[in-house]
Design a protein around this ligand. Structure first.
Ligand code: HEM
Length: 323
């Protein structure tokens, strides 16, 4: 209080002649620093004026835009499911299992996925909690949850990055863009519309798109999150506010992508989730969705279709590429 009074007094003193209050507030808005004996970054600034701009952007376009993006994505996915339904296996299962994701890949995937879900729920609480949860939970309960959410969000972020970086590294090669194959996949809309099955490698073009969204916007989300988490670089509040808005916008883009990814990985495609849970997919699934991957395995001598066809009676997994 003393500090504030001192700064106001110092500023007001300079304009005691005409309209002192108007002059004072004009200077405050412009961020002119007053005198204070307190040492510290921006200590002499009475009111951080750009904070008001940030507040309006956060509570306006970010708040509404984010709700539109997420609501719109969910509505589109629901509509798509109603129109298209699940992409079913076209051929009966052979009982022959092919290892698609090894244990390390699966553990990394679920580590990142669980943290992402925690970050999404807690992040959305930080932005929408006051409007959506407070009236519903009441002040005391909401205060507990909001504090917990903020804490969880702050510690989950670095853990998420610790999982995302190796995930990007191990799947980088599989996600390199192959124009011929990948554009053709997109043109055929990945077989999601119509019945055509465009050829695909270990990762199809849709998966590659998700991967590159994580590589770019996900990286931006992570870096801005770290800067907000650890304000070690002496950034002024104005920069932090800008970083916060970039963090929010990139979060909505990645969450929308994740909703699409989760849809395709669960109810959207028969047999995809079992691959990410048990590691193995049925030969019919691999042929239908990732035929070029299967061919590549065969060329490398890591899988023989002829051999597998003779072993249909042995349903247990015999193909373990990591061994
Ligand atoms: C409940 C949440 C999730 C489910 C059910 C899920 C499911 C799946 C499934 C089934 C696959 C294998 C697809 C295939 O075999 O072609 C997969 C792959 C993958 N997932 Fe997830 N996932 C989830 C969340 C996430 C999150 C949050 C991330 C990253 C932030 C992520 C990143 C990936 C990546 C990079 C791949 C490799 C293929 C690709 O590039 O899409 N997943 N996921």
């Amino acid at each position: 209080m003393l500090l504030v009074a001192g700064v106001v007094w110092a500023m007001a003193g300079e304009f005691s002649s005409s309209l002192p209050r108007a002059e004072l507030w004009r200077m405050v808005r412009e961020g002119v620093a007053g005198y204070t004996a307190v040492k510290g970054q921006e200590a002499g600034e009475l009111i951080q004026a750009s904070g008001e701009t940030w507040r309006q952007l956060r509570n306006g376009p970010l708040f509404t835009g984010g709700a539109i993006v997420l609501g719109g994505t969910l509505a589109l996915l629901a509509l798509f499911y109603l129109l298209r339904g699940q992409v079913k296996l076209e051929k009966p299962r052979t009982g022959i299992k092919i290892l698609r994701w090894n244990l390390g890949e699966r553990m990394l995937h679920w580590f990142v996925a669980v943290l992402f879900i925690i970050l999404t729920v807690t992040g959305l609480t930080l932005l929408y909690g006051k409007a959506v949860l407070l009236p519903w939970l009441g002040k005391a309960q909401f205060a507990y949850w909001a504090q917990l959410a903020k804490w969880l969000h702050n510690i989950s972020g670095p853990l998420f990055i610790a999982g995302l970086v190796p995930m990007i590294l191990i799947w980088f090669k599989d996600n390199l863009w192959r124009p011929g194959i990948d554009w053709a996949w997109f043109k055929a809309l990945g077989g999601l519309v119509g019945r055509a099955h465009p050829p695909a490698e270990r990762m199809n073009a849709g998966e590659k798109g998700w991967f590159w969204l994580l590589m770019t916007v996900g990286a931006l989300l992570s870096i801005t999150g770290l800067l907000l988490d650890l304000p070690l670089f002496g950034l002024e509040r104005e920069s932090m506010q800008m970083i916060h808005l970039i963090h929010g916008v990139s979060a909505f883009l990645v969450i929308a992508g994740a909703l699409g990814h989760i849809y395709i990985g669960t109810i959207g495609t028969e047999g995809a989730l079992e691959g990410m849970i048990h590691g193995e997919v049925d030969l019919s699934w691999a042929r239908q969705h990732h035929d070029l991957w299967l061919e590549a395995l065969e060329k490398e001598g890591r899988f023989s279709l002829a051999k597998s066809d003779t072993r249909i009676e042995r349903p247990e997994s015999f193909f373990k590429p990591e061994k």
